[in-house]
Design a protein around this ligand. Structure first.
Ligand SMILES: Nc1ncnc2c1ncn2[C@@H]1O[C@H](COP(=O)(O)OP(=O)(O)O)[C@@H](O)[C@H]1O
Ligand SMILES: [Mg+2]
Length: 507
């Protein structure tokens, strides 16, 4: 890190309002050459807004921005890129039907796309790839690439435009473990070339690993700044959340009870007709959290969808409390006592245009308490939704607010409140805390343990090893659609689970 040098970016007194929300309040922020600076904060803290201002995507209501010593007025991302600022968003902006090379050069020289010398463009791309470890076939079409590879294309696209200030908005949220390791290598290589990086995250361990300096935002304000070497995860968590986190959640020892779910030789096809789940067998008991570890994309989604009743199996059987479960019917799954936390909150978990209340009663609206002879009992419905909003501390203006106005952590709380209302026998929780901040994560973990202690059997599908080790009573690992290993929590080691996750089987 190079303090003492002039900052490459200096933002002074930045304020940004959205109607009645003050997303950024009088923020001062500097970035130095060759440093990796983490911007840490809970969902809604104002991180993305501040960076969208630096990227010329939003204008600020008050404040000044200096880039490389010169005061600038950025009215579009194009202005920002001209000054060397690039931003990689959480949602990618690539054209799927075009190749890596085409995506990299589109728009790099406005109006001149057809005139670009493809040969020298390719050479420049390959030079950048080698230098920063971003190896992907320049002729591959983007739709064939994994999420991690697409992110590399985004980085290449920025570097191709000679960006030396790179903003990455929660870049690891979508990556698998191995891809995160590669990304970090690339970021370090960029910093050692004197480029500066702003790394947005709410993951404390990552921030500790990758950054030189950490700026913590809370409720739109900078609440602290630390050199990474002079702080620790606990201090950061407290700064970020603004209160002491509950000490490590306590997990009681309970002996598992009767078998509540058994899966026998289950085979499931993917959308492309390939075997995504191959003759998988396991069982889950009352009072038990069975952690299914694995890098995502190894059949977890297809397996969960069969249990949810939204995909048909091609072989094998599923039993709930010894009675076979018919597949391809979500109502049947719910009726048999299966609660579901889907991997994708927004696409399959919630109807974003409906109100918070409507989402809360989605699965119970036809029960006698809420509906009789076709008439809704609004009093009961309102009581139910208001109780749930209070009980789960769901931050929303009111029960009628559109669900899409909620933050990620609060969306997940709506799903939990809804799914756990019926005291399920089995809970299938898929990546339940992915993308959530520590406060929300801790809350969800506490609720899951509460359900287990009540007697629910929980299948916890997660690629977060911290989460798996924190919550599970037993761990199985899925790899390429098969269960590759199993261990009791008291015997399991991170090394062994990590090896299984990468496909290394025991001799
Ligand atoms: N385009 C927008 N319109 C209205 N409110 C917004 C908009 N973008 C962000 N906000 C609000 O500003 C606050 C900060 O959001 P954001 O910068 O996205 O936080 P973070 O990236 O730290 O999660 C939140 O309350 C959010 O709801
Ligand atoms: Mg954000």
């Amino acid at each position: 890190m190079t303090y003492g040098k002039e900052p490459v970016v200096e933002m002074q007194g930045i304020t940004k309002r959205f109607l009645d929300v003050v997303a950024n309040k009088n923020i001062d922020f500097s970035l130095f050459p060759g440093e990796i600076c983490a911007l840490l904060g809970e969902n809604g803290a104002g991180k993305t807004t501040l960076m969208n201002i630096l990227f010329g995507y939003y204008s600020c209501d008050e404040g000044k921005i200096f880039i490389k010593g010169e005061e600038v007025s950025l009215s579009s991302p194009r202005d920002a890129i001209k000054r060397g600022v690039g931003m990689i968003h959480q949602h990618f902006t690539l054209v799927p039907s075009q190749t890596v090379l085409e995506n990299v050069i589109i728009g790099a020289e406005p109006g001149r796309w057809l005139l670009i010398d493809k040969k020298s463009a390719r050479e420049k791309l390959i030079r950048l790839q080698k230098k920063f470890g971003l190896l992907i076939d320049p002729d591959a079409e983007v739709w064939t690439l994994s999420v991690g590879e697409r992110q590399k294309v985004e980085i290449l696209k920025a570097l191709y435009r000679n960006v030396d200030i790179l903003i990455m908005d929660e870049p690891t949220a979508v990556l698998a473990l191995a891809e995160i390791v590669e990304l970090f290598k690339t970021l370090k290589a960029l910093a050692s070339e004197n480029r500066s990086i702003i790394f947005i995250s709410h993951k404390l361990h990552e921030v500790m690993e990758i950054s030189d300096r950490i700026v913590v935002l809370r409720n739109g304000e900078v609440v602290a700044e630390r050199k990474t070497g002079e702080t620790n995860v606990k201090e950061l968590a407290n700064l970020m959340v603004g209160r002491e986190l509950l000490e490590r959640i306590e997990k009681k020892e309970i002996t598992p009870g009767e078998r509540v779910l058994s899966v026998d030789d289950l085979t499931v096809l993917s959308d492309r007709g390939l075997e995504a789940v191959k003759k998988v067998s396991f069982s889950l008991h009352k009072y038990e959290i069975l952690g299914m570890a694995g890098v995502s994309g190894n059949g977890q989604k297809e397996l969960a969808e069969v249990l949810f009743g939204i995909r048909e199996k091609s072989g094998g059987k599923i039993f709930i409390k010894g009675k076979e479960l018919k597949d391809g019917n979500p109502h049947e799954s719910i009726k048999r006592g299966i609660a579901r936390i889907p991997e994708d909150r927004i696409d399959t978990g919630l109807l974003m245009d409906l109100s918070v209340e409507e989402n809360l009663i989605l699965e119970v609206h036809s029960t006698p308490a809420f509906q009789q002879r076709g008439l809704f009992n609004f009093q009961n419905i309102h009581n139910f939704s208001e109780t749930k909003i209070r009980e789960y501390n769901i931050k929303t203006d009111n029960r009628d607010a559109p669900t899409k106005t909620l933050s990620g952590g609060n969306l997940q709380k709506v799903i939990l409140a809804r799914e756990l209302a019926g005291e399920p026998i089995v809970l299938i929780a898929c990546q339940p805390t992915r993308g959530l901040d520590v406060g929300a994560m801790e809350y969800i973990h506490a609720r899951l343990l509460e359900q287990r202690d009540r007697g629910c059997g929980i299948l916890l599908i997660s690629e977060d090893l911290d989460e798996i080790f924190l919550l599970s009573d037993r761990i199985i690992v899925i790899y390429e659609g098969r269960i590759i290993g199993e261990a009791d929590i008291h015997q399991a080691t991170r090394e062994q689970i990590g090896l299984w996750m990468s496909g290394v089987e025991e001799k």
